[in-house]
Design a protein around this ligand. Sequence first.
Ligand SMILES: [Zn+2]
Length: 469
Amino acid sequence: MKLKPKLASVQTWEDDPGEPPIGRTPIQRPTPEVSHPSLPVSVAGEPPAESGDYPGSAEFRYWAAADAMSRASNFWGPLMPANTTWNGSVGQVLTAQLDSGDDLNAYYDRSGLCFFRHTVAGVTVHSGESPDVVCHEAGHAVLDALRPQFWGVLSAEVGAFHESFGDMSAILSSLGVGAVADEVLTETQGNPARSSRLSRLAEQLGWAIRQIDPSAVDRDCLRNAANNFFYRDPVTLRPSEPASQLSSEVHSFSRVFTGAFLDAVAGIFYQQPARDGDALVQAGQIMGRLLVAALLATPTVPALYAQVAAHMLAADKALYDGRYGPALRSAFVRHGILSPSEAVAADQAAPQHLAAITGVVPEPGADLGTVTVPAERYGLTEPFTASAPSEQPRFAVAGADPAIGSLTPADPAKAAETFIEDLFRQGRIAVADEFLTTSAAVVDGTRTRTHQVTRQDSGGLVLDRLLFL
Ligand SMILES: [Zn+2]
């Protein structure tokens, strides 16, 4: 059998195809095949023999997705503790399915990644062709490898952090590609905290959704990391709002943390001796390292954003001798993730927690407490249980009160029950007919379900996660 000649290079996008009509030019990249050994990735199907010179071709889509998968693996893999693997139910290799049907969507479901296509205004948008979307979904898988406990816990803030991690993964995985970093500095006149092609996530998918529902996404992309959103306890927010407002919906609420993240990347960039493209790539590497170190030790609590932030400040002391504390504190305070007084207190408390934050390995996850939701609340035939974010916080932090000082976080049971109420109101929970009474308050089934109520082996009903969008 004659072997196919190996392709030397392929064509792909730097970060996203951009809004139609496409004005961007694909870049050439080495053929993706080597991914970090602990986080191997693939795209379903036979690798095309052609490099896919033309956007719109199946070959182009394949290589664009394969290159994006390898970017995410090669960014996160070296930062993870040795021997980290994908979640056990994924298997050894994380595989992307590029044509999972007709939808404007993409998800990670603990089997792999699924991407969709949909035609809007004469343009067929393939979500798997956008490196932003691919690296977002791969980010869910990376965080699930790092912290499997975040998967099933019922908490708007934990779910929103997962979404933010996806967006941070998209930003960090593309920062070192092609001329992205230099282009960002040109577009923002040297201030990467401003809106740019880096902060504007999934411009093409955002455009497509905007044609159908103009207020559902930002006006220039799906979500923009350059934003002014200020922390609120999601328990107090409405379950949906136009994109210009903050709601407790996980993608909406994720923007608070992603906004602080972009400000922190910019702050770390300013602390580099040379403020050039290489320095911006370096700032991204530092943030990635701080995130991984912090997340390995952060307990699963209702006010997760503040807890992650305090752990990042401590990780900075452990890894960088506190060099980036000013950039981190400034970003978290600006977005209300920490109040000014909490930022001071977390910084002062960090030294006593360094042992817990250095040298830790991923834990299987402590058993979380559960809440029992009565059958009559949603018209089910039986009560069901769900995991609550009930670990003990390491740092006494909870996010800023918009007036002054800090908020008192919701208790774990309230955080879980309000999130469950949101999911029912948004039609995100699949419940089999056999568990529904005739008066059940389950919203119609047109939306992708992220959760389901199922029968446990032990007999009772449980609410668990199906996927992250
Ligand atoms: Zn997501």
